[in-house]
Design a protein around this ligand. Structure first.
Ligand SMILES: NC(=O)c1ccc[n+]([C@@H]2O[C@H](COP(=O)([O-])OP(=O)(O)OC[C@H]3O[C@@H](n4cnc5c(N)ncnc54)[C@H](OP(=O)(O)O)[C@@H]3O)[C@@H](O)[C@H]2O)c1
Length: 338
């Protein structure tokens, strides 16, 4: 099979190598997934740049990729064939993929069956490009909105880092749930602002790293009920300041650099009565989000989720360069040619 290994920290051209490897054999509790498409993620950019993902070191020779979408090819001896029939459309993500063991940048991968979800809607008409964009993006967006932010219809939601793939998906899901959405971007161009509007943002703020609260309260006088913080430690204090009384901020991102918060001072940063939480689910199984409902909503057009850019496996260097520049306008998806 064709696969992409991480070799040594550095540029996409030097750190990533397309290789031929033997197709792996599933252990008793595993599934061999024939991968049709996979999404790219920030944690893989960190793995490639530093040889370290947020959850641990990445050894040389590791096949990267924290998610994969494809079909069940083979099941291990202890896996129920009726739950995971050969050829069924299936998705997997996180749980150590691409970090502790070989991941999704390949034509096949072996993962624990418990971390694989078979789609209920096996006759979906969605393309592999769209399906490949979904597992990590949707589990993160849904987990942040509903498990952490307790989003309700009528809530005013600020998405800090609105053009991230998670931010776009979260805005679309939140709008469909009846929330009002305000999204930030550092860009002032109409293409970016139209992208945000098409994905559910009613209000757009250009983020210039200054105090955002005056701009937020100009629209929502008491502030945002919920804030999804996708940029990172550098913008957390200013995001917390945008909260309405008893509002909740969910910290999840690191596109702005480090997730660490310099000089964290809860008394100074968290408004009285407001809440700060974080989302970092460890397994796809535990994320327990309504994948089938969301796929149905995408299929019937009520959820406008689609990939930002699509590449082929042999274009992995170009795909990673696009990820690094942050210019994809949504999730980057790679097709494996399988
Ligand atoms: N904790 C978890 O479980 C989990 C899971 C998945 C993702 N995440 C995190 O969620 C965030 C979003 O991930 P993603 O894959 O959706 O991101 P992405 O699509 O790769 O994000 C690209 C966007 O990031 C923005 N950006 C890039 N550099 C920035 C900077 N220095 N300051 C502010 N914005 C910057 C750009 O927005 P503009 O140019 O429009 O400003 C760009 O459109 C990431 O931080 C990722 O690590 C966390």
């Amino acid at each position: 099979m064709r696969a992409v290994q991480f070799i040594t920290p550095g540029s996409a051209a030097t750190a990533l190598k397309i290789v031929d490897l033997p197709t792996p054999k599933p252990k008793a509790t595993q599934i061999l997934l024939k991968i049709k498409a996979f999404g790219l993620n920030r944690s893989e950019l960190l793995s490639r740049l530093y040889g370290r993902a947020p959850i641990g070191p990445v050894p040389s020779g590791r096949v990267l990729g924290v998610e994969a979408t494809g079909v069940v090819e083979e099941t291990g001896a202890e896996v129920s064939v009726s739950s995971y029939p050969k050829g069924a459309i299936a998705m997997t993500a996180i749980g150590g993929m691409g970090i502790a063991y070989d991941g999704g940048y390949a034509q096949y991968c072996c993962v624990e069956a418990s971390n694989v979800r078979v789609l209920k809607s096996q006759n979906t008409q969605l393309s592999w490009e769209v399906l490949g964009a979904l597992p990590e993006m949707l589990q993160t967006a849904w987990g942040c909105l509903f498990r952490c932010l307790k989003l309700k219809a009528g809530d005013k939601l600020l998405v800090r880092g609105g053009t991230t793939s998670v931010g776009l998906a979260a805005a679309a899901i939140a709008k469909r749930h009846g929330a009002a959405v305000m999204s930030t971007t550092r860009r002032a161009d109409s293409t970016t602002h139209n992208l945000l509007k098409d994905n559910g943002a009613e209000h757009i703020l250009v983020d210039d790293d200054k105090d955002l609260r005056p701009a937020v309260t100009a629209v929502w006088p008491t502030g945002a009920d919920k804030v999804l913080e996708l940029v990172g430690g550098s913008s957390l204090a200013s995001s917390l300041a945008c909260l309405a009384p008893e509002g909740i901020c969910c910290f999840v991102g690191l596109v702005g650099g480090s997730p660490a918060i310099t000089d964290f001072s809860p008394l100074a940063m968290i408004p009285t009565g407001a809440y700060l939480t974080a989302y970092a689910e460890r397994t796809f199984q535990a994320s327990n989000f309504p994948l089938d409902e969301l796929v149905q909503d995408i299929e019937d057009g009520s959820l406008p989720v689609k990939p930002g850019k699509v590449f082929q496996l042999n274009e992995i260097v170009e795909a990673h360069e696009c990820l690094e520049k942050g210019e994809s306008g949504g999730k980057i998806v790679v097709l494996t040619g399988m």
